[in-house]
Design a protein around this ligand. Structure first.
Ligand code: LLP
Length: 424
């Protein structure tokens, strides 16, 4: 359920007609719905109401500080994977004790930053990382609270680029080595073992891989308890899928039921790291048709949004629904919706049946709230689009459109090249 719907054939985000927004803010632009975010967060949260739990929103899916702040105001924490994400989370007002930090390549600077901000826990992905974190904590006179990210070797049955919990993936410590790694962690000073963590992949549309993982982790936790290692937090990661097209992912309530059933008296606080299921369908990319063109074998709609704004179709072959902002009765045609980038892989949709559209008309690329703006780039020297948050009949620009000056910020021409061309 989301708050993007037609009223009298005009597409609205909550109380705001998207055409008006496009005219006021320009295109391309990302638009997010506050009410949808609140609803998605609450549904997930209520589904686990019977057990102690914490929802740590995955910052990589949408990193805007207004979104983080909003989710924080609902009681959420965050899952981060870099110093930059920690900086954003803190700027957004998320307290350190609601921050968990995953990622296979944490640098010394990032580790020091997270230690000095006293985050809830590091999700450690290798024994070398464990040793480095222990050494940095000692150096800084702090204690690092940790979980080991365990790779359970479960097939999440999703796109190979976003599978993370299989033997061949770079993530986590394989489950067979986990006991030894916990034993090692226990022997290290300045380390406090707090939990067990996993994240097996993204856009999962079946429950079974989550349940298999939990079963494996329960066996591990029982083993650790026998070794007198108490696990207070069980972090089950993110990954719950959403509807882009015809998928039928489990509802968060079904997901929760399946997890709760398998807990069987386990008394840890559960941590979840959802990203997409919270924000994916709470955002759209609004774009304008620049031109239409017919070649000998294809019809093209050329939009002012390209793969630099939304890379998912080009990168993963992902499907995003595309809807005209004005709904009228018209004929359809099969088209490629493409951007202005100089790559044939720059498309938002391929061989898609869409109503006949005209240059100047606005289109909405749906389900773009997760891994949309956050994966955007300046490729082809295109300023990144603005982000707008809608609440009822109000809207807020939560990120300005970049300017051409932004494009060259930090660049300089070395004196060595002078006398060269004179700079304007
Ligand atoms: N926790 C960890 C440690 C993660 O690596 C991820 C996502 C999440 C949580 C959140 O997963 P979610 O609930 O959003 O599925 N760019 C890809 C998705 C990459 C996911 C990376 N990790 C896409 O556009 O589909």
């Amino acid at each position: 359920m989301n708050h993007f719907s037609y009223e009298q054939d005009e597409l609205y985000c909550e109380g705001i007609p998207l055409r008006k927004l496009a005219e006021a803010v320009g295109t391309p632009c990302y638009v997010y719905s506050c009410a949808t975010l609140r609803q998605h967060f609450n549904v997930f949260d209520h589904a686990f109401a019977d057990v102690p739990h914490m929802i740590c929103f995955s910052v990589k899916s949408n990193s805007n500080i207004a979104i983080l702040n909003l989710l924080g105001s609902f009681g959420g924490g965050v899952d981060i994977v870099s110093g930059g994400e920690l900086f954003r989370a803190l700027k957004a007002g998320i307290p350190g004790d609601r921050i968990v930090y995953s990622g296979v390549g944490k640098t010394l600077d990032e580790i020091d930053y997270a230690l000095s901000e006293d985050i809830l826990m590091f999700n450690i992905e290798s024994t070398q990382e464990l040793e480095v974190i222990a050494a940095r904590a000692k150096f800084l006179g702090r204690t690092a609270r940790i979980a080991l990210r365990v790779n359970p070797d479960v097939d999440p049955k999703t796109h190979p680029y976003i599978s993370t919990g299989m033997k061949e993936n770079k993530f986590g410590i394989d489950i067979e080595s986990a006991i030894n790694a916990y034993e090692q962690a226990r022997g290290l000073g300045h380390i406090q073992i707090l939990g067990v963590d996993c994240h097996i992949g993204s856009q999962l549309t079946e429950i079974a891989p989550f349940v298999d993982t939990l079963q494996r982790l329960r066996v591990l936790i029982e083993h650790l308890e026998k070794m007198q290692i108490t696990i207070r937090f069980l972090d089950l990661g993110g990954g719950l899928g959403i509807v882009y097209d015809q998928e039928e992912p489990p509802h968060p309530r079904e997901y929760a039921q399946a997890i709760l059933q398998k807990l069987n008296g386990l008394s840890c606080t559960l941590i979840f790291e959802p990203g997409r299921v919270i924000v994916g369908n709470a955002g759209v990319l609004l774009t304008k048709v620049l031109y239409t063109k017919r070649t000998a074998i294809k019809n093209f709609i050329i939009t002012d949004a390209g793969m630099n704004d939304l890379i998912r179709p080009s990168f993963y072959g992902s499907y995003h629904q595309i809807q005209p902002v004005e709904r009228t009765n018209r004929e359809t045609q099969v088209v490629d919706v493409v951007g202005p980038i100089c790559e044939s892989g720059d498309f938002l949709a391929r061989d898609r049946e869409l109503p006949l559209v005209k240059a100047g008309e606005y289109l909405t690329v749906m389900s773009a709230g997760a891994y949309g703006f956050s994966m955007g780039s300046n490729y082809n020297s295109r300023p990144r689009p603005p982000e707008v948050l809608v609440r009822g009949d109000q809207y807020f620009i939560i990120r300005q459109r970049e300017t051409w000056d932004d494009l060259i910020r930090g660049e300089s021409v070395p004196d060595l090249l002078n006398p060269g061309l004179s700079l304007s």
